[in-house]
Design a protein around this ligand. Structure first.
Ligand code: AMP
Length: 140
């Protein structure tokens, strides 16, 4: 299947839909997931269009993975999580719901189970505060 530019992340990247931004540069956008699986669930989205990992230009990953690591470290520090889960889904049977490549950074807390994937919407004020806290850690 080919890339469909009407997906929601493409709309966000074009500025057509608002987001709780953590960080942006010429290659990627980092934002809060609005249906978080845990407190501080963050998404790293490359700007280059691809459905997922399977059709992406390999060059994309050389800039993206250091950013994924930086965001994981910043999210762990900002949320005081006990660990970080990195997730990435390719095509619907694998759990993908938005068909623009992205990495999930999911803070994990000792003794807490994860909420459902793409489940309930988070409080806007809490998302804004988390975006600010993770951004502050990224800029340290
Ligand atoms: P995936 O299932 O890997 O395609 O993940 C898509 C993710 O995007 C899910 O975790 C959703 O909660 C999240 N999501 C969907 N719409 C939005 C949105 N408008 N802003 C932020 N995150 C979103």
């Amino acid at each position: 299947m080919s890339y469909d530019p009407s997906n929601i992340f493409a709309k966000i990247l074009r500025g057509e839909i608002p987001n709780h931004k953590v960080y942006e540069d010429e290659t990627a956008l980092v934002m809060m997931d609005i249906f978080p699986q845990s407190r501080g669930h963050t998404l790293v989205i490359p700007k280059a269009p691809s459905r997922n990992l399977l059709d992406a230009d390999p060059e994309v990953f050389s800039a993206l993975m250091p950013l994924v690591q930086r965001v994981a470290i910043a999210a762990k520090a900002a949320t005081k999580a006990d660990g970080i889960r990195l997730a990435q889904f390719n095509e619907a049977p694998a759990g993908q719901t938005v068909f623009h490549l992205h990495f999930h950074i999911i803070p994990m807390y000792e003794g807490q189970t994860l909420a459902a994937h793409a489940g309930g919407k988070a409080d806007e004020d809490e998302l804004a505060a988390l975006a600010k806290a993770i951004a502050a850690e990224l800029n340290r």
